[in-house]
Design a protein. Structure first.
Length: 134
């Protein structure tokens, strides 16, 4: 069969809200816009690439992320795995690798885990969740 292509756009903090901070300071949520493309060679396999359209000033430095990842499902979508790599196109690249697994424990109910590893503390973490898909 032929592959399918999906395009995506994510925008947040469009109004760049401001909040009062201690000692007469202000916190401004910077506008973020990300675009991406996903290719699905078959319904159980996806490869995706996305990137930020603007540079953001974060506590850990300036970032403009580029990411690539893949997801694969097996056993009639009862088991899934994903992996990806992210790095900044500006400043210190700070590469980060991530991976995750999904296990269907009942129809439409999944136990999911993920792990993220990078050099900085802010780029390391893990999580477990229970999700329902409909």
């Amino acid at each position: 069969g032929t592959g399918r292509v999906r395009l995506g756009l994510l925008a947040r903090n469009l109004r760049e809200a401001r909040f009062k901070a201690p000692e007469n300071g202000q916190i401004r949520l910077q506008r973020q816009v990300r675009v991406g493309v996903a290719v699905l060679p078959d319904p159980d396999f996806t490869v995706a690439l996305d990137f930020d359209l603007a540079t953001a000033d974060e506590v850990t430095g300036r970032r403009r992320n580029v990411a690539i990842g893949a997801e694969k499902w097996w056993s009639n979508r009862r088991f899934g795995g994903r992996a990806g790599l992210r790095a900044s196109a500006v400043g210190d690249g700070r590469p980060v690798v991530a991976g995750g697994l999904s296990v269907g424990i009942r129809p439409r109910l999944f136990l999911e885990g993920q792990i993220t590893r990078g050099r900085a503390d802010a780029d390391r973490g893990w999580g477990l969740s229970l999700s329902s898909k409909f």
